[in-house]
Design a protein around this ligand. Structure first.
Ligand code: SF4
Ligand code: SF4
Length: 91
């Protein structure tokens, strides 16, 4: 069964692929207060978007693709041991 919550996201992705939303950012970010700097997310990123920042790890919003085209789910979220540590970037 398809949930209503996923429909807008699918529509957004379709439009994004057609470059309708050229200015929209499709990326995740690391919540600094939650990150324990374990480094588990860095090696699994297919776009090398994760680096160790001055305080905690950071995601480059210019290169993060939310793993679209490489994996079904964001790999950084999959391996992160902390719940709600990596979240979608607010629009
Ligand atoms: S969502 Fe995917 S591409 Fe973006 S930072 Fe996480 S692992 Fe990298
Ligand atoms: S896996 Fe999670 S807790 Fe570990 S460095 Fe990455 S964001 Fe921080």
């Amino acid at each position: 069964m398809t949930s209503n919550r996923s429909r807008p996201r699918r529509k957004f992705r379709r439009l994004f692929k057609r470059n309708v939303y050229k200015e929209a950012v499709m990326a995740l970010y690391i919540v600094a207060d939650e990150c324990i700097s374990c480094g588990d997310c860095e090696p699994v990123c297919p776009t090398n978007s994760i680096t160790e920042g001055k305080i905690v790890f950071e995601i480059d919003k210019k290169t993060c693709t939310e793993c679209e085209g490489d994996f079904d789910k964001p790999q950084c979220v999959r391996v992160c041991p902390v719940d709600n540590c990596i979240l979608p970037l607010p629009a």
